[in-house]
Design a binder for this molecule. Structure first.
Ligand code: PGA
Ligand code: ZN
Length: 434
């Protein structure tokens, strides 16, 4: 089935910023769409998101150049190609771009087409996207990592730590993870409001906190878990995204909130201490994307009791993931489609992560759309974990809800591994407590 036309136009993401939607039309009239997300705490090694940068137009945020690249250069090259050749289509766009970070065409342009092609192919076959992407092998409904409080670049630095999240490690079913998260999210909101510590809702739907230190939110978390009737460390555990590249100036890590500075050694000690003091099962970007020594030291101490996720560290980039595996920098990789800019490379990054015995965590961006591509991607690849932000706002809920639908569609074939997924990488403490 051949691609007949590729069109693109500007739509708006969950922060109200411009992004692009791509429409692929096949020769039989079937269509597929690609909606491109956008990060705020982006890593320096990410593929380039092409924005027009003219301050007079959409405050510099418009994406008309990327749209034009889709409608001209990319469309002219891909018209007439079979929609089922995803790998060939993606590698053709990569070659057409000719740069390492997709800066000619824009990673947003390339990814929009890549996602639209996959959707059009699944639609042409009349099968769900997860089935098409996974070639019928996908069956694992992912464990959710859900934000309770949002800070960092997503809440005007209300806390220096970007995400305080919950993982329902004791849930027996996907529905139970949602029920537990629902109860804890709302209990946390009540606890914070009662103490006058909640200002509103942050970019990813978590509560926007008002605290004096970065450690105070742990108490809210623990109180909310108890209030909701669960046991921390057994039923649910804490997950953190430190997004530490944003805290590092090349020499020191800085907490603006507590007005504290740390050498890399001191910051590593603090991360280790937090993992010992609190029921933390997962920690993302505890160090900057250049501070390999701290990653190594942290892995030596905590690598068998905490999931250590590289986000800005790896930027879903196969070369960087390989380097991380060779140097034992982490044991898990955050997977974001628009960090690398094509569906094929994203799936390759997931497979590489899995082949090393590490865990992939498929993730949304802080600027999202009403699309649920990543829910399908997580199931298609049996990634086992999904991180989408919080338990509010429809650009988040659409992803959680889509997995309810995918589970129904899989029927008997659907599998839920839950917290047991960590048995693969963890041997100590929380892993044992489960
Ligand atoms: P971002 O945040 O989409 O703003 O980069 C998400 C994350 O850091 O995981
Ligand atoms: Zn992150």
């Amino acid at each position: 089935m051949k691609i007949q036309d590729i069109d693109a136009y500007q739509i708006y993401d969950s922060r109200g910023f411009p992004t692009l939607e791509v429409e692929v039309t096949l020769e039989n009239g079937v269509k597929g769409y690609g909606l491109v997300p956008s990060g705020a705490s982006t890593g320096q090694f990410e593929a380039l998101e092409l924005r027009d940068g003219d301050k007079e137009v959409f405050r510099g945020k418009s994406v008309f150049k990327a749209i034009d690249n889709v409608k001209t250069k990319i469309a002219n090259t891909l018209k007439g190609v079979s929609v089922f050749e995803q790998e060939k289509i993606d590698s053709t766009m990569i070659a057409l771009d000719g740069t390492k970070n997709k800066s000619n065409l824009g990673a947003n342009a390339v990814l929009g087409v890549s996602m639209a092609v996959a959707n059009a192919a699944a639609n042409a076959m009349g099968i769900p996207l997860y089935e098409y992407l996974g070639k019928g092998e996908g069956h694992v409904i992912p464990l959710n990592e859900i934000q309770i409080l949002g800070g960092g670049a997503h809440a005007a630095w209300a806390t220096d730590i970007q995400d305080y999240l919950v993982i329902a490690i004791g849930a027996k079913t996907y529905e139970e993870t949602l029920e537990m998260t629902h109860n804890i999210y709302h209990a946390a909101g009540e606890v914070m409001k009662a103490r006058g510590k909640c200002v509103g809702i942050a970019d990813e739907g978590g509560w926007w906190p008002d605290y004096e230190t970065n450690e105070e939110p742990f108490d809210v978390f623990l109180e909310a878990v108890e209030k909701a009737g669960y046991e921390a460390g057994k039923d649910v555990a804490i997950s953190l995204d430190i997004a530490a590249s944003d805290l590092f100036d090349g020499e020191k890590y800085k907490f603006r909130l507590d007005n504290k500075e740390f050498t890399p050694e001191e910051f590593c000690d603090l991360m280790i201490a937090w993992c010992e003091k609190y029921p933390i099962i997962s920690i993302e970007d505890p160090f900057a994307d250049t501070d390999f020594d701290s990653w190594k030291r942290f892995m030596d101490v905590c690598g068998d009791k905490v999931q250590v996720i590289g986000d800005d560290l790896f930027t879903t980039n196969i070369e960087r993931i390989k380097e991380g595996i060779a140097n034992n920098l982490a044991n898990s990789v955050l997977i974001k489609l628009n960090q690398i800019g094509s569906v094929t490379e994203t799936i390759q990054a997931i497979k590489l992560t899995q082949s090393a015995g590490w865990l992939p965590v498929v993730s949304a961006r802080s600027g999202e759309t009403e699309d649920a591509f990543i829910s399908h991607l997580a199931v298609a690849t049996n990634a086992g974990q999904l991180k989408v932000g919080s338990f509010a706002r429809s650009e988040r809920m659409v992803k959680w809800n889509e997995n309810i639908r995918i589970q129904r569609s899989l029927g008997e074939k659907a599998t839920f591994i839950g917290g047991k997924i960590y048995d693969q990488i963890l041997t100590k403490e929380l892993a044992e407590a489960k």
